[in-house]
Ligand binder design. Structure first.
Ligand code: HSE
Length: 450
């Protein structure tokens, strides 16, 4: 039994709710307010005390008042929240790394814990923010920053803590997964699928961060840090989006038994860490290959547990609110623990981080899908296979299409065994220089994920 004094302290805490200030009440903010309100009793029983949003800052004060039904103070100036002496936790849902960074730093300096869904902020400035939080003895929690409602941060940081993580491969951007599903199902091109996604509200008016792979790279950067105990290093990530993908390649991949997904991949190798986002062929038989529409999924390979797969909604009001509130509950439970006895921000103790290098893309090892448009002439295939052999690239499968009626050119598609990217770069340059090869060689990376 707990000593009487500890018991009294606990009772006191039970009575006094923890006070939360919310910066930005857009989709996720409104979802957070609503889920906290709806499930408050259940959440209180789990957290050990009530959790109340007492102040909201949003430039659209009127809308914020409507969404909060007069149940808390609404202000336009976010500084009033981060400076308020009664607020214990600040939820940052503004996004970006301008004002959001200033406000988070100020909240930390004021001794407030921070919950954020801001992957861009953490992927670019996480090292500085975590250091500031550590020095000030406060927590930054960010479950909502990666894969929305899927508790992947918790899984990596706590559930899999016994493991040496070997690799992670995730569909961590719903917008691009929706577009790829549409391209495959309907045989439409990228531009049409993007317009459909925008019309249906799956893609932003400015979809750059999603379609260029930047959003996925922010998330992969955060997962790499937690998986391997390295600092966040977004600037070293290889980032390639889906804008150049053609429906033809999705079809050919299908004929070879693969699907193309935008994967965020991070892998431990003897020479360093791979950190990359790019369209990837994966065998159609893998569970993750069948994750369709705007859903997210993350596959984690640990040395003890083997492969584990996490699936769910990566965006949306209540799925993301689910992650934000889980962080609020975690902080509420841990707030009274000594800082050194809390779960470390990046899973490893700050003084146990290591500086294993992130490998340049030329050093990455993977399989490849190569499509080339060639003149249908004797010896073309022999020339291509000789070049691949010269670069020590072994062919795994091949598909040669019949030239269309009246055409003199056709497509050759090859799947290679694993090789280093620099070998493929060299081979592609030589293949493109052949007089019988028309235009550029299409290269898509391939992972068996076995
Ligand atoms: N824009 C992201 C996506 C959701 O499409 O998955 C927020 O990270």
């Amino acid at each position: 039994m707990a000593p009487a004094s500890a018991h009294a302290f606990r009772n006191d805490k039970m009575m006094k709710p923890i006070k939360v200030g919310l910066l930005g009440i857009g989709t996720v903010g409104a979802g957070t307010f609503e889920v906290l309100r709806r499930n408050q009793e259940e959440i209180r029983r789990r957290a050990g005390r009530g959790i109340e949003i007492v102040m909201v800052a949003d430039l659209n004060v009127e809308r914020a008042r409507e969404l909060t039904h007069g149940q808390c103070e609404v202000v336009a100036d976010a500084n009033l929240v981060v400076d308020h002496p009664d607020i214990d936790i600040v939820i940052e849902l503004i996004g970006g790394y301008g004002i959001a960074k200033t406000l988070v730093m100020k909240a930390i300096a004021n001794g407030k814990h921070v919950v954020t869904a801001n992957k861009a902020l953490l992927a670019l400035h996480g090292n500085e923010l975590f250091k500031a939080a550590q020095d000030r003895g406060v927590m930054i929690a960010f479950e909502a920053a990666v894969a929305g409602g899927i508790p992947i941060i918790k899984a990596l940081r706590e559930g899999l803590t016994a493991n040496r993580i070997q690799w992670i491969a995730g569909i961590i951007n719903g917008t691009t997964n929706f577009i790829l599903s549409e391209m495959r199902d309907k045989g439409i091109d990228f531009d049409t699928a993007l317009k459909d996604a925008q019309r249906l509200g799956y893609a932003e008016a400015d979809p750059t961060f999603d379609i260029e792979g930047i959003d996925a790279a922010h998330k992969a950067t955060i997962m790499a840090a937690i998986a391997f105990g390295i600092p966040v290093q977004f600037e070293r990530a290889y980032v390639e989006g889906i804008t150049q993908l053609q429906a033809t390649d999705l079809r050919y991949a299908e004929q070879l038994g693969y699907r193309i997904k935008l994967l965020g991949i991070t892998r431990r190798t003897p020479k360093g860490i791979e950190l990359r986002v790019h369209p990837t062929l994966i065998p159609s038989s893998r569970l993750i290959a069948n994750v369709e529409g705007a859903m997210n999924a993350v596959l984690v390979q640990g040395d003890a547990v083997g492969a584990t797969l996490y699936y769910g909604k990566g965006a949306g009001a209540e799925p993301t609110a689910s992650a934000v509130i889980a962080d609020l509950v975690d902080i509420t439970r841990l707030a009274t623990a000594d800082p050194e006895h809390r779960v470390p921000h990046l899973a490893f103790q700050p003084d146990a981080m290591i500086d294993t290098p992130i490998l340049p893309m030329s050093e990455v090892t993977t399989g490849y899908y190569l499509r080339m448009h060639v003149a249908d002439k004797l010896g073309v295939l022999a020339d291509v296979t000789r070049i691949l052999a010269d670069s020590t690239i072994s062919i795994d499968a091949m598909l040669q299409k019949e030239p269309a009626e009246g055409e003199q050119q056709t497509d050759i598609i090859m799947l290679t065994h694993q090789t280093q990217e620099k070998n493929v770069d060299a081979a592609i340059a030589r293949i493109e220089a052949l007089p019988t090869v028309v235009g550029k060689v299409t290269r898509i990376r391939l992972e068996e994920l076995s």
